[in-house]
Design a protein around this ligand. Structure first.
Ligand SMILES: Nc1ncnc2c1ncn2[C@@H]1O[C@H](COP(=O)(O)OP(=O)(O)OP(=O)(O)O)[C@@H](O)[C@H]1O
Ligand SMILES: O=C(O)C1=C[C@@H](O)[C@@H](O)[C@H](O)C1
Ligand SMILES: [Mg+2]
Length: 171
């Protein structure tokens, strides 16, 4: 069975962009979990958060079970997937988990040119979110990749490291 490659990391760390590049290179289907949830639930993430964060987190957990059943997919998760350990347990059943660690200064540099809910809380909120979550991302991943430099090369590095991980772990 061919495991999924699941990307975790902060909002703006490059999960969506990298997952698309990797899917193309490996000729595998890609799922962006935030988009997948919105289209299957017929609600935007904002609408779900407006009900309550717990409502969204419950939905997100439900999809971590469903997507954990797949194989051979590239999956970009939402930034908060690590908030519930069960999500990682569900995904890890059949996936290699890759933490995309991008310098917060680079994330912040990109945020003001894009529409991200985080922006409304200011730049400081991004730093505190990183400090809050860094131990979770590091603790839950199988592989950590520093997203610095040319993004195509970072995608190549992930593919290389995942292949090595699979060989080393007989997968
Ligand atoms: N190594 C890099 N070099 C240049 N730009 C980068 C790099 N990594 C990410 N980016 C840029 O950062 C932005 C955020 O990337 P992306 O949308 O893929 O992040 P994300 O992790 O999916 O974020 P979110 O969790 O908010 O969906 C994009 O404009 C992307 O092109
Ligand atoms: O970091 C987070 O908590 C989130 C990140 C996004 O990908 C979305 O999943 C949602 O906006 C929550
Ligand atoms: Mg994304």
């Amino acid at each position: 069975m061919n495991k999924n490659i699941v990307l975790i990391g902060m909002p703006g760390c490059g999960k969506s962009t990298l997952s698309k590049i990797m899917a193309k290179r490996l000729n595998k289907p890609v799922i962006d979990m935030d988009d997948y949830i919105e289209s299957h639930e017929e609600k935007t993430i904002k609408e779900m958060f407006d009900i309550s964060e717990a409502f969204f987190r419950d939905v997100e957990s439900k999809y971590s079970i469903l997507l954990g059943e797949l194989n051979s997919h590239i999956i970009a998760t939402g930034g908060g997937i690590v908030k519930r350990k069960e999500n990682i347990t569900n995904l890890k059943k059949n996936s290699v988990i890759v933490f995309i660690n991008r310098p917060v200064d680079d994330i912040v540099g990109d945020i003001d040119v894009r529409t991200r809910p985080l922006l409304s809380k200011g730049v400081e909120a991004v730093y505190s979110l990183y400090n809050e979550r860094i131990h979770l991302y590091k603790g839950y991943c199988d592989i950590e990749i520093n997203n610095v430099g040319e993004i195509q090369k970072v995608a190549d590095l992930i593919i290389e490291k995942v292949q090595l991980y699979k060989v080393e772990n007989n997968q």
